[in-house]
Ligand binder design. Structure first.
Ligand code: COA
Length: 171
């Protein structure tokens, strides 16, 4: 399903997106608050993209490449994952390259994803941030999410455990 917004085109992720996505996933700043550290090996990015395509094929998730409609530039990726059809819920995620930050693209893309989730019958969305990921938490609040929990030591990264915030939105 392709999603169009004022400035963006969100289209289903393909294997060809692995190369531009690796540019972002190898950037330590973009990955500062991601569950895994910046990726050096492009084969690992390939494997992640392939597993996401497989999750789409089985209906567990939707993954999109976020592109700027005016020039086709690849800005990043976003997703609706862990889709639970029985309980009508799912989780959202997003990752933009640094040069795309601060222009409202994240909000614009994720508003379209939330609308699409509602159209799919999803009634509850969750998102999880590493504590301190201010940009992401501001984005979630703009989308209407509320903080629902504090997950102590939820992530193992760079030899340490990290705390996370759980956010939720009822649709
Ligand atoms: C989190 C992330 C997606 C936010 O992306 P973003 O596009 O900068 O976020 P927004 O859409 O909310 O944009 C907000 C900024 O754009 C500015 N902006 C400029 N033009 C705008 C417009 N037309 N509409 C809305 N905001 C606009 C806002 O003023 C705001 O600036 P500020 O942060 O200085 O106040 C991005 O920082 C990212 O990919 N980070 C790394 C990955 C990550 O941590 N993902 C989340 C894991 S939980």
């Amino acid at each position: 399903m392709i999603l169009e917004t004022e400035r963006l085109t969100l289209r289903p992720l393909t294997e060809a997106d692995s190369a531009p996505l690796h540019e972002i996933m190898s950037d330590p700043d973009a990955m500062a608050h991601w569950d895994i550290a910046a990726i050096e090996d492009p084969d690992l990015t390939d494997a992640i993209v392939n597993s996401q395509i497989e999750a789409m094929d089985t209906g567990r998730a939707r993954h999109w490449a976020i592109t700027r409609t005016a020039d086709g530039a690849f800005l990043g990726v976003c997703d609706l994952s862990d889709i639970d059809r029985w309980h009508h819920r799912g989780e959202i995620g997003y990752l933009l390259g640094r040069e795309a930050w601060g222009q409202g693209y994240g909000l614009e893309a994720m508003r379209a994803v939330v609308t699409q989730a509602a159209a799919l019958g999803i009634r509850r969305l969750t998102a999880r941030t590493h504590v301190g990921n201010i940009r992401s938490e501001q984005l979630l609040v703009k989308l209407g999410f509320q903080i629902e929990g504090y997950l102590r030591g939820h992530i193992q990264r760079d030899g340490e455990r990290r705390d996370c915030h759980l956010f939720g939105l009822l649709l």
